[in-house]
Design a protein around this ligand. Structure first.
Ligand code: C5P
Length: 411
């Protein structure tokens, strides 16, 4: 999974720095190369000699080192990496990162990069819980920095609570997850990478919220995970992606233009605006109904319970499938069913006039809802193909390879 990946590891000055040594081993075992940078404080906890011996690479510590700059300038260090990893991320390092300070080699590298960054914080629980740290964490999350931990546990300072650094294998899991989407997509014809370069792909994702009055709405439990994962994978395949997202708590995927909407009608309008596209993927759980007459003011509690009447929402997938002009070359819908999965999917394909339905069984016994794995059926006019059970991300990659192939064949 990590073969050939280059990790730039920033080791911060905390007692958990010893775990960074094990992390280097774990990463190298998996085929990654690790170049390490120590903050001045880190050198009090682990020695540059241990880090160099384990990583098999020169360790960098000084921003103003003439020899290091001559060999490889500090900007090159991060340009050369696939991912920046900060272990342990101390309160001081997080504060510097959140505020864009660059007064030593580690903080300068972290600022002088357009690569993604993963941090594994470790600190005393009161430092972690302090509003200043929490503010910095939120800012970094908004900037797209990925956090692994901290976890609850006993700490070197003798206290117990949140602030303990995650174990190296957990950090490895986070690194693998982040690098997964930058993996090359191998097409069945043997061609690799950039399977969708030059294409525009529009994707809907998440639930819709249908207002009742200014403070209340009707919603569903969709998390948007599936649609957002597909958007990230499509972007990784080189396409220009417009993601029309209902209200979700997920961050906007990288390299994707995300349009935020609330209602089904807004989602349809945003979809129309986003066209033309080569490919449309409807992964959103759009509300079938909206409240016909929304109230301008909050409905007050009265003697009688209010009665809501509903109006049917537009079917975005069917609308896009039947566009006279600007119909994308391929239109794909999803079908989550709890019974007769294949039959219903076949009917949906015909009713919505789309080119493909990705159908799955979401009955509780399957564990698909909220789970990691999925068994999907690919329903097209040509028939039904059932894929073996696999991870949801693998489904996304396999689906994209298939769609790229279809687009190519239809070109
Ligand atoms: O009819 P059903 O909701 O089961 O169909 C699911 C598919 O139709 C999904 O791809 C979903 O995004 C799409 N859909 C839509 N607009 C609606 C309802 C469903 O685009 N109003």
């Amino acid at each position: 999974m990590l073969t050939g990946k280059r990790i730039l590891l920033v080791i911060g000055g905390g007692i958990a720095a010893y775990k960074a040594l094990d992390l280097i081993r774990r990463l190298r075992e998996r085929g990654a190369s690790v170049r390490a940078v120590l903050t001045p404080a880190a050198a009090h906890f682990v020695t540059p000699l241990s880090v160099a011996a384990l990583s098999g690479e020169k360790v960098n510590e000084d921003l103003f080192s003439l020899t290091d700059e001559a060999e490889m300038g500090h900007i090159e260090l991060s340009r050369d990496a696939d991912l920046l990893v900060v272990v342990p991320a101390t309160a001081d390092l997080l504060a510097k990162m959140a505020n864009g300070l660059a007064n030593d080699l580690a903080s300068t590298l972290l600022l002088a990069t357009d690569k993604r960054t993963l941090v594994a914080p470790a600190m005393n629980l009161r430092m972690w819980l302090h509003p200043a740290t929490q503010r910095n964490v939120q800012r970094l999350r908004d900037d797209g920095v990925v956090f692994v931990g901290p976890v609850d546990g006993s700490m070197a300072c003798g206290e117990f609570g949140p602030g303990r650094m995650s174990e190296p294998l957990e950090i490895v899991g986070g690194i693998e997850e982040m690098l997964k989407h930058s993996t090359v997509i191998a097409l069945p014809n043997g061609e690799t990478a950039n399977a969708l370069r030059g294409k525009h792909v529009v994707i809907t994702s998440g639930p819709t919220h249908e207002p009742i009055d200014p403070v209340r709405y009707i919603a569903n439990r969709s998390s948007g995970r599936q649609g957002h994962a597909i958007a990230a994978a499509v972007a990784a395949a080189g396409a220009k992606v417009t993601l029309i997202s209902g209200p979700v708590t997920l961050p906007d995927p990288r390299d994707v233009t995300t349009v935020h909407v609330e209602t089904a009608q807004e989602m349809l309008e945003a979809t129309r605006q986003a066209l033309p596209a080569d490919l449309f993927i409807a992964a959103a759980a759009v509300a079938d109904w909206r409240v016909a007459q929304t109230s301008d003011n909050k409905i007050k509690k009265g003697k009688d319970a209010p009665v809501l009447t509903f109006a049917e929402n537009p079917d975005i997938l069917a609308t896009v499938s039947t566009l006279k002009q600007q119909r994308p070359k391929l239109v794909v819908g999803f079908a989550a069913e709890t019974q007769n999965v294949e039959d219903y999917a076949r009917q949906k394909l015909a009713r919505k006039k789309c080119d493909m339905i990705v159908a799955n069984d979401v009955s509780p016994a399957t564990g698909v809802m909220g789970g990691d794995e999925n068994t999907v059926h690919i329903v097209t006019a040509a028939g039904i193909e059932t894929w073996p059970k696999m991870k949801k991300d693998e489904v996304a990659v396999k689906l994209i390879a298939l769609l790229a192939q279809r687009l190519e064949a239809d070109a």
